[in-house]
Design a protein around this ligand. Structure first.
Ligand SMILES: [Zn+2]
Length: 66
C-alpha cells in the first residue's frame, strides 16, 4: 500500500532562502517530491496545519485513508 506523508513545509523564496511562509504538503513513496495542498501563503506553521482547504484537497487525493 502506498504510504502518504502530510506535513507543513516552509516555502522558499526564489533565492532558496526560507520565506517565513508555510503550506501543508503531501508526498508519498511513489511521488517523493512534496505537493502543495493549497495555494495560500500561511504566516505560521499552525495556520498552515489548520487550513481546511488543504485538508479537503488531501482527503480528495487519498480517499478516506487519512
Ligand atoms: Zn491554505
Amino acid at each position: 500500500m502506498e504510504h502518504k506523508i502530510i506535513e507543513v513545509l516552509e516555502l522558499l523564496d526564489p533565492e532558496g532562502n526560507n520565506s517565513g511562509k508555510w503550506r501543508l504538503t503531501i508526498r508519498s513513496d511513489e511521488k517523493p517530491n512534496p505537493c502543495a495542498l493549497c495555494t495560500h501563503t500561511h504566516d505560521s506553521y499552525e495556520e498552515a496545519w489548520n487550513c481546511l482547504e488543504a485538508w479537503a484537497a488531501a482527503k480528495k487525493l487519498s480517499g478516506d485513508s487519512i
